[in-house]
Design a protein around this ligand. Sequence first.
Ligand code: PGA
Length: 249
Amino acid sequence: MRRPIVAGNWKMHGSREENAQLLSALIAGVGACAAEVIVFPPAVYLAEVAALAQGSAVRVGGQNLCTESIGAYTGEVSGAMLVDVGASHVLVGHSERRALYGESDSVVARKFVAAQAAGLVPVLCVGETLEERESGVTEAVVSRQLDAVVSLAGTAAFLKAIVAYEPVWAIGTGRTASPNQAQAVHAFIRGYFSAKDVMLADHVRVLYGGSVKASNAAELFGMADVDGGLVGGASLKAEEFVRICVAAG
Ligand code: PGA
């Protein structure tokens, strides 16, 4: 039985005051929930959010990290720095990083390796654009994104990683994949791993992301290969996010 995960990607939102309010409501609300709950605040707030979350069930992760571990990389944050301030997880290959900041499959793979080298659990985001879906290449795109990481990190690296399927057309658009659409790609991803290692495929948790809300979470999380969610907009509203966590388990 895979323990569900609900991850809240705050993106570039929040302030010290808002974060403290959101986090205390979350900690109070998710206490008895069975899902693993992880929030991803902006890097400058990570240390403070991690300190506030200490001793609670809520874990904290970074939204991005540098491919390198130390040196002359102005503006970058290393995996070791994220760990140092209390992060346990990090997002890798989010579609906004791929599309807006030009992160290629190979950069994403290097970030995945850098995350694990620092002791972080990478949450590898994959997913197709609307154009790719409409031209019938969803599986080819997802395979290519996974292949890049598998060829650099190896299959066994996924024992200590999480995968998030996030169709780009569903992110921030209010247009959620239907439970069947999500399940089809999740089953494909599990099959991808299963062809390499059956035990691993059974173990790896694959989250769905893209306009998850309290109103659609239970249906999505009820699908056989959906092990929870990566939630953007709805993770900024404590009550809504708590309802999503409860729906996961
Ligand atoms: P959304 O974002 O829930 O606002 O669609 C999901 C994500 O980008 O991780």
